[in-house]
Design a protein around this ligand. Structure first.
Ligand SMILES: C[S@@+](CC[C@H](N)C(=O)[O-])C[C@H]1O[C@@H](n2cnc3c(N)ncnc32)[C@H](O)[C@@H]1O
Length: 292
């Protein structure tokens, strides 16, 4: 990639940020460039600066570009073994930490069309029973992509989209028409969809489980670190963070500790522990210089 092309690309990102309030500057360049090139080929444009001119002249193109850059690919029970582990090992721990029928709060961040949010809804309804689920569970499902969020809120999926859900669970949790299935409305009330930008917006807080899968990987290290610091704040001390199969928390290892690395499930390191550790280090340093 030539410097000139890099420069034209950065100019285009700044244009999107300033004119459209779409900020992709914290995203990894190779992925972004690959996705944008694909879209440019569709409209037969070769250079980033020509594409910027095209965007300036055709505002609808901005929507197409957004669609191309935000990959909404998702499925129910994506990585089934990891979800099995969540159902068998993590959910019981979450319930144990809440002996007094307290609320259970979950956030599916970067939820795309909602499959992940309904997956955890099914798991929690199976664990608690429907009545207790309705009483105690709040699941927040957010994404930057408005259309995806609208799809999730509608909760309507084709049988193809439901292919990874066992029949017995489809029958139990979905209303079925000839062509589509819709997640039951009485349970859907506790799954709340909204538009939320992980890079800019304050997090949803007091969480027991934060699911953010196959989304952090689009961010550069600095942005990931910023988002992870917010996630740390957003979780209860006994909370868990569940990320995608191919994702590692390279930055901020002092905020989370692997709970089941194979399935990318992390436990929050409570602030107290972190503070204790820092104090211990400070103490040791003070002792050395004779302040004690
Ligand atoms: C590949 S999908 C992951 C869907 C689901 N979590 C899964 O793992 O199956 C990535 C999602 O991240 C969303 N996304 C990208 N940047 C985002 C941001 N800054 N804030 C919130 N969501 C974002 C995209 O719109 C897309 O729906």
């Amino acid at each position: 990639m030539s410097d000139e092309q890099d420069l034209a690309f950065e100019t285009l990102l700044n244009y999107l940020k300033q004119s459209w309030r779409i900020d992709f500057t914290g995203y990894k360049r190779p992925t972004l460039m690959r996705l944008m090139k694909k879209r440019m080929q569709r409209v037969e444009i070769g250079s980033y600066s020509d594409y910027q001119d095209y965007l300036e002249a055709n505002s609808v193109e901005v929507d197409y570009l957004l669609d191309a850059l935000l990959l909404n690919v998702t499925t129910f029970f994506r990585d089934p073994q990891a979800w099995e582990y969540i159902a068998n090992e993590i959910v019981p721990r979450i319930l144990e930490a809440k002996p007094n029928n307290e609320l259970i709060r979950v956030w599916s961040a970067g939820c795309a069309s909602g499959e992940e949010a309904y997956t955890i809804a099914i798991i929690l309804a199976e664990a608690l029973g429907e009545e207790e689920f309705r009483r105690r569970v709040k699941i927040y499902a957010t994404d930057l992509d408005e259309e995806a969020v609208a799809h999730g809120r509608l909760a309507t999926y084709s049988s193809r989209e439901l292919r990874d859900v066992p029949d017995e669970l489809i029958n139990k949790y979905f209303d079925q028409s000839k062509t589509v299935c819709t997640f039951r409305s009485d349970l859907r009330r506790d799954v709340i969809f909204g538009r939320h930008n992980l890079v800019q917006d304050p997090p949803i807080s007091r969480l027991d489980l934060l699911i953010c899968r196959n989304t952090l990987m689009y961010f550069n290290a600095e942005t990931q670190a910023r988002v992870l610091a917010r996630f740390h704040f957003a979780l209860n001390d006994t909370g868990f963070l569940f990320v995608g199969k191919a994702e590692m928390l390279l930055t901020y290892t002092n905020l989370f500790t692997p709970f089941k690395l194979k399935y990318r499930i992390f436990a929050k390191l409570p602030k107290g522990k972190l503070r204790d550790r820092l104090l211990a280090i400070a103490d040791a340093a003070n002792t050395e210089v004779g302040h004690h």
